[in-house]
Ligand binder design. Structure first.
Ligand code: 4GX
Length: 265
């Protein structure tokens, strides 16, 4: 896959891509990331890429001409059918489903804006899709672009070898991760759960699935509504929920009983 990032800070992109899984994917030729700087597409002595907003107000807006020229130069280096994606807080939420969709593209242009925004006509003429990585305000689109690159790169064939986590591929797909442990067996008085030392792989597998389900139910119940649960997972989840329900009832009854004894809540 070939990715082009349109950015005023090409070294920010290049620097972040030197390390880890993505760095290795690039070194092995599984992924290629280029950058295009709108400043290159200016002709005035000051290399101006921003201007004051029509209608007044504080802050600056990215000028349309250099930005659109940069997008087109980037696009010209990519195969046909490579989408142009604009990163902004106004976009559709980027998540694992969008990453999976983008993984199938031959390439993509990621447009990282700076200042208070870009001239709206560039979004209309030079972008196919607007993506947001989350509901917070950043000072530029570079970190969102790197987020998209990282999430997509991990899905490319051959990028994850042994590290291909079973979470993404197998029985706990769409759930939060289970807890992980390594040596020592006791750390600061805290022991590793015994089941993980038992050598019983069926037991370990069931425990991990149960942990993933319980955490997801507790922290992100919204994910359970879209996760594709196996019959086994659904059964485990029903048990977890009835245990939680029973605990809540016992706690309420305990409160009632202590109140009956005249103790305060
Ligand atoms: N998820 N930003 C875009 C420039 C900008 C400012 C105003 C349009 C209007 C963001 C996010 C994000 C910061 C990227 C501002 N563009 N991008 N940039 N959250 O906050 O994707």
């Amino acid at each position: 896959m070939k990715i082009e990032v349109v950015t005023l800070f090409p070294r920010l992109i290049a620097g972040a891509l030197e390390f880890g899984v993505v760095g290795r994917a690039i070194a092995r030729g599984l992924l290629n990331v280029g950058t295009e700087d709108p400043r290159v597409h200016t002709s005035d002595v000051h290399r101006t890429v921003d201007d004051r907003p029509y209608g007044g107000g504080p802050g600056m807006v990215m000028k349309p001409e250099p930005l659109l020229a940069a997008i087109r130069a980037a696009q010209a280096r990519l195969p046909a059918g490579s989408p142009r994606l604009y990163l902004s807080a106004q976009g559709e939420r980027f998540g694992q489903a969008v990453a999976q969709e983008l993984m199938r593209c031959p390439g993509m242009v990621l447009i990282a804006g700076r200042y208070e925004g870009v001239d709206e006509r560039v979004i209309e003429l030079g972008s196919d899709r607007e993506l947001s990585v989350g509901d917070y305000v950043l000072s530029g689109g570079e970190l969102p672009a790197l987020t998209v690159i990282d999430a997509v790169a991990r899905l490319l064939p051959g990028v994850l070898g042994d590290e291909r986590s079973s979470v993404e591929e197998s029985f706990a797909q769409g759930l939060l991760d289970w807890p992980h442990y390594t040596r020592p067996e006791i750390f600061e008085g805290k022991a590793v759960p015994a089941v993980l030392l038992s050598g019983d792989h069926a037991d370990i597998r069931r425990w991990r699935l149960e942990q993933a389900l319980a955490r997801t139910a507790e922290r992100r119940p919204d994910l359970l509504r879209t996760a594709q649960l196996s019959d086994e997972a659904q059964r485990l989840l029903d048990e977890i929920k009835s245990r939680a329900g029973a605990r809540a009832a016992a706690a309420a009854a305990g409160t009632a009983a202590s109140e009956d004894r005249g103790e305060r809540k």
